[in-house]
Design a protein around this ligand. Sequence first.
Ligand code: ATP
Length: 353
Amino acid sequence: MEITLQNVTKVFQSKKAEETVAVDNLDITIPSGQLTGLLGPSGCGKSTTLFMLSGLLRPTQGKIFFGNEEVTPVPPEDRGIGLVFQNYALYPHMTVKQNIMFPLENVKMDKEEAQQKAQNIADLVGIGHLMNRKPKQLSGGQQQRVAIARALVKEPRVLLLDEPLSNLDARLRLQTREEIKRIQRETGITTIFVTHDQEEAMSISDEIVVLREGVTQQVGEPQLVYDKPDNLFVAKFLGTPPINFFDGRIENGRLMIGDANIAKYEGEDQEVKIGIRPEGFRIVERSSFKVTVDLVETIGRDTTLIIEKPNAEGETFRAIVDSEERVEPGTELKLSVRPTKFHVFNKETGEIV
Ligand code: ATP
């Protein structure tokens, strides 16, 4: 089921009549049966958006549709949503089975049928063998699976996940996120996943929505957004190590950083910000883009060159190169930039040129 947010705005008013625009004119369509990541730094309005989708918050303006049905005034319990939070929120005195069955108690379902349903969902999320344990006898990852099973047991139309992996350690995070992806694929349920972690969002989502201060920055397939960022914020927010920025200019159809000619580039002569992905550099024989390497990190086949005082204009930057030969600190290298790995931004607005 497709979800549409139509010009949705949420303004919070404090007692002193101060206004916070948490979500500003959000106008997006969330595709049916896919996993969409809502991504952005802390305070950008992700949770507020999720709460409006769940019905726990009413938009100040705008409309929300589930399919063709407008749900803006519909209370949470009538929306057909499953909610999972960061802190699991399981009932500690109940067993796993009782926790999962809890949402079924208000719907008049035959006990045996309810038990069967709970067991099926528990098997699906991989905790079918733990039904008689209490939450405190489970690992964090298992507890989060119980919370997911409980959200799914009523067969919701939409699954809403708010930073569901934040309380897990690094290894469990990875495992659980793959698990969430699998469960989403198998159930085909339209899922919205809130996170501030770009790597998490990129790896799990069919589509991402990047937010900044309540405003949508870009929507699209993760790889597409990474390869073709619409603005400097998006380019900066996606990718580890992050993209490198340089002050540069377009001059006579060429892109220049200081005296170095980076590429041919059509466009009006102007000062620009140039973003180059760390993996966008190559060591070459001839180039006017010369740097002296300050530090070298080697992990597997990847060599990361750290250039702390670039001769070109810019701050410390990182170049990940696939080098057969060892590069020693202090070496002067000539670099070229791969054509798809740099982006040119307007110096004032940060929009792509
Ligand atoms: P985080 O990743 O830190 O959870 P977020 O992207 O989910 O952040 P929100 O919780 O949606 O951000 O908050 C968006 C903005 O709205 C923030 O500036 C926040 O301070 C403000 N805000 C959220 N809830 C309220 C509230 N009840 N009253 C006033 N301001 C609020």
